[in-house]
Design a binder for this molecule. Structure first.
Ligand SMILES: Cc1cc2nc3c(=O)[nH]c(=O)nc-3n(C[C@H](O)[C@H](O)[C@H](O)COP(=O)(O)OP(=O)(O)OC[C@H]3O[C@@H](n4cnc5c(N)ncnc54)[C@H](O)[C@@H]3O)c2cc1C
Length: 379
């Protein structure tokens, strides 16, 4: 008899398991269908000794002190501040757009005022942008849109930016200073021995059992538990009764080359017409010494089967409406909580997942329905 069954050994499920076992003394089973823990944050040391993130670059950043402090019990950190470059017109330029970007593009110095004046002239006056293209041109004009956003957004989502909600491009900042940090959170870093070494420590507890290579639906009737923490896709929980929720997926193509370094930053965006969107070179995170270097090219693709690596919920209204139906239904399931990026159908950074894991205490402190045996279709 377990107190809790947790579906999914991603960062959300692992944090929840750690809190429930360590702080609340609960007996927990974590069921994971992949052959590894860590979900999409999974990393491993490749055959050349280089630490690689299997599902694209993961940089930990947060403004929540409690999140940083919680994880710091299980890992030391490599200090790393993420700075992204974009490859435009044959040059590496700073991104998100700031004064340096214009200087690199135009090969001349800009003051803050000059940048403001330049952007003011470029901007297209649109009061209420209706789509992702209008959002960018209303904030910075056609020139920067064409260089940085048009092809990138089309590749990333597989549709013209005109067909996407304005919010998709609204969150990318434009800075009238020289701050070229990608994230501005006060706490940033990469776990010293990798995410998975940290996760293993989080799960190392007598009250936690982990079952890999197992779909929870095939296992759940064989075990007994009081409460469920579900971090898998919400539509699959309900057997897709309102239809599947769409995702944009990525094909992560890893390769090792015989060069010490390939590019000048950990992540370089390719907003031009090549088929990949960005390239990650992992040695920039760890500063590892090797004659070879490990790269990952990201090729966006459609979501064709449940086997694809789900990356981004598709930002269109119909998908969100469908999700709200599942969400309403999920509220009726007793003794169960739906948390994490797949269960909430929402892009979440890792720190937001950890926060949800820490907040599991609130759920645990509510009274369980003693007579209500959990039933995953018990509507
Ligand atoms: C390309 C990319 C780069 C990113 N980079 C960053 C970054 O730099 N910084 C950052 O903060 N965030 C980043 N993120 C976000 C980060 O990946 C997520 O916040 C995090 O992985 C979400 O964790 P999770 O536990 O909610 O979900 P997941 O990691 O998806 O874990 C859910 C787990 O549930 C399992 N599961 C699903 N269905 C079942 C089932 N039926 N039975 C059993 N198990 C099941 C899955 O196999 C999976 O392991 C990035 C995301 C992407 C796509």
């Amino acid at each position: 008899m377990y107190d809790y069954c947790i579906v999914g050994a991603g960062i959300t499920g692992i944090t929840a398991a750690s809190i429930l076992a360590r702080e609340l003394g609960k007996k927990v089973v974590v069921i994971e269908k992949r052959d590894h823990i860590g979900g999409n944050c999974y990393d491993y040391v490749n055959e050349h000794g280089i630490l690689v993130h299997k599902y694209g670059p993961h940089i930990f950043h947060t403004r929540y002190k409690e999140v940083w402090e919680y994880l710091s019990q299980f890992t030391e950190w490599i200090p790393y501040v993420h700075r992204v470059l974009a490859y435009v017109d044959g040059k590496y330029v700073s991104f998100p757009i700031n004064i340096k970007t214009l200087e690199q593009l135009f090969d001349r110095p800009f003051s803050e005022q000059e940048m403001r004046d330049w952007i003011e002239k470029e901007k297209v006056p649109i009061k209420n942008p209706k789509n992702a293209e209008e959002m960018v041109i209303s904030r910075m004009g056609w020139f920067l849109y064409e260089k940085f956003f048009k092809h990138y957004t089309r590749k990333q989502w597989g549709v013209d930016p005109k067909e996407l909600a304005p919010e998709v491009t609204a969150r990318i900042p434009i800075r009238f200073n020289r701050d070229d940090r990608y994230f501005t959170d006060p706490y940033q870093g990469i776990p010293k021995n990798g995410y998975n070494a940290m996760f293993e420590k989080m799960l190392e507890h007598k009250n936690i059992e982990v079952v890999l290579n197992t779909d929870y639906k095939e296992y759940i009737d064989a075990i007994s538990f009081k409460r469920l923490v579900y971090t898998g896709p919400i539509d699959q929980f309900f057997d897709n009764m309102f239809g599947g929720l769409p995702y944009r997926c990525l094909d992560f193509r890893h390769q090792v080359i015989e060069e010490e370094l390939y590019q000048p930053a950990a992540v370089v965006n390719y907003p031009g017409e090549v088929s990949y969107t960005r390239v990650t070179e992992f040695k920039h995170f760890t500063k590892q010494d090797s004659k070879k270097t490990a790269l990952c090219f990201e090729h966006p693709k459609d979501h064709l089967s449940e086997k694809d690596v789900y990356c981004y919920p598709f930002p269109v209204r119909e998908a969100l409406e469908k999700y709200s139906k599942y969400k309403r239904l999920s509220k009726k399931i007793k003794n169960t909580i739906f948390i994490g990026r797949l269960a909430e159908y929402k892009y979440l950074n890792m720190d937001e997942c950890v926060k949800r894991g820490l907040d599991i205490k609130n759920f645990a402190n509510t009274q369980a329905d003693q007579n209500e045996r959990f039933n995953y279709l018990g509507l």
